[in-house]
Design a protein around this ligand. Structure first.
Ligand code: AMP
Ligand code: ZN
Ligand code: FE
Ligand code: FE
Length: 291
C-alpha cells in the first residue's frame, strides 16, 4: 500500500521541471540553483522531448543537490479514435541510446511542423505573429505552444499564458495534434535505454481527455514503473484515484511541481516525491546515475 506519508518525509524531492531547453523560462543553470535555494534535496530536469539541458544543469549543480536527468516524452495512445495525447516522464536513461535519440528527434521535428501550422491558422485569421518570432522565443530549445502563447501576449491579444490556452485560442480552436510517439513504444524505448518511465499527470482532466484505467493496467504490464499522483493539474479526488490505482498495480507514485518558470504560477517544490519512491526509481535505473 502507498499512503500520503510516501510523499512526505525529510528532504524535498521534485521530479518534474522544465527549463529553457523546452518551454520553461529558467535556464538549466538557474533551475538547479533555484532548486538548491528553495531547499530541494533532489530535482529532476524533464524538458519536453530533449536532453538538451542536461549538460548545463550538471555543470551548474550546487553541492548538496542531487540532479536526476530526465525528459518528458510526448506520447499518444492510438488504441482509440481520436487518439489521446499523454506525457511520459523518463528518468536516468542513456541519452545516447540510438533508437530513443531518433524518436526524440522525430517528435521534436513534428513539433516544428505542428507549431508552424498553428501559426499559419492564426495568421490566416489576421493574427499578426510570425513563425520566426515563435522560434526566437524557443531559442533553440524544444518548441511548444507556450512559445506561441508568448507571441500572442506580445501581440496584445491575451494577457497571460493561461489565457492563451483558453478554448478560443491554443486550448481548442487553434489546437492541432502532433505526430507523437506511441506510448507503448516510448515505455519500451525508455526501459531499453536503462531508464524508468513514469506516467505524468495521468488524470489531468482539466487539460483535456485522459486515458482509461484499463490502458494504465496494460502499460504497467508493458513496463511502466510509476504514476505521477501529486501534480498541480490534479484535483484532490484525481490524486487519490491515481494513488489507489498505483497501489493496485504495484506502481510507484510521485509528486512534482511541473515547474515552468514564469509560464506558470506553480513554485519549484510545490509538490514532492517521497524518499522511498525516489529510491525505487534510482534502483530501477541503469542508463545514467543521479549526479
Ligand atoms: P505542447 O507541448 O506544445 O503541446 O504544449 C503543452 C505545454 O503547454 C504544457 O507542457 C504546458 O507547459 C503548457 N500548457 C498546457 N496547458 C496549459 C494551460 N492551460 N495553461 C498554461 N500552460 C499550459
Ligand atoms: Zn510544458
Ligand atoms: Fe506534461
Ligand atoms: Fe511537464
Amino acid at each position: 500500500m502507498t499512503s500520503a506519508a510516501d510523499n512526505d518525509g525529510a528532504g524535498q524531492i521534485d521530479l518534474h521541471t522544465h527549463s529553457t531547453a523546452s518551454d520553461g523560462t529558467s535556464t538549466p543553470q538557474a533551475l538547479v540553483r533555484a532548486a538548491a535555494e528553495t531547499g530541494l534535496r533532489v530535482v529532476a530536469i524533464t524538458d519536453h522531448d530533449t536532453t538538451g539541458g542536461w549538460a548545463d544543469a550538471a555543470r551548474a549543480r550546487p553541492a548538496g543537490l542531487t540532479l536526476i536527468r530526465g525528459a518528458e516524452i510526448s506520447c499518444r495512445w492510438y488504441g482509440i479514435e481520436p487518439s489521446i495525447p499523454l506525457h511520459l516522464l523518463g528518468y536516468l536513461f542513456d541519452p545516447e541510446d540510438p533508437p530513443l535519440v531518433a524518436e526524440l528527434a522525430r517528435v521534436r521535428a513534428a513539433r516544428v511542423v505542428r507549431g508552424e501550422r498553428i501559426v499559419d491558422l492564426l495568421r490566416a485569421d489576421g493574427v499578426d505573429i510570425s513563425w520566426d518570432e515563435v522560434l526566437g522565443y524557443a531559442a533553440g530549445g524544444t518548441v511548444g505552444r507556450p512559445h506561441i502563447a508568448q507571441a500572442l501576449i506580445r501581440a496584445g491579444l491575451v494577457g497571460s499564458t493561461t489565457e492563451a490556452f483558453a478554448p478560443h485560442w491554443l486550448g481548442e480552436r487553434y489546437r492541432l495534434p502532433k505526430d507523437d510517439i506511441d506510448v507503448f513504444t516510448a515505455v519500451r524505448l525508455v526501459r531499453d535505454a536503462g531508464g524508468v518511465p513514469v506516467f505524468a499527470h495521468p488524470r489531468a482532466t482539466r487539460r483535456g481527455r485522459t486515458v482509461p484505467d484499463s490502458l494504465i493496467v496494460e502499460l504497467a504490464a508493458a513496463g511502466l514503473a510509476g504514476l505521477e499522483a501529486d501534480h498541480p493539474d490534479h484535483s484532490p479526488d484525481e490524486r487519490a484515484h491515481v494513488r489507489r490505482l498505483a497501489a493496485e498495480l504495484d506502481l510507484l507514485v510521485t509528486g512534482s511541481s511541473d515547474f515552468h518558470g514564469t509560464h506558470k504560477t506553480v513554485r519549484l517544490g510545490a509538490y514532492t516525491t517521497g524518499p522511498q519512491m525516489y529510491e525505487r526509481i534510482v534502483d530501477a535505473a541503469y542508463g545514467v546515475p543521479p549526479l
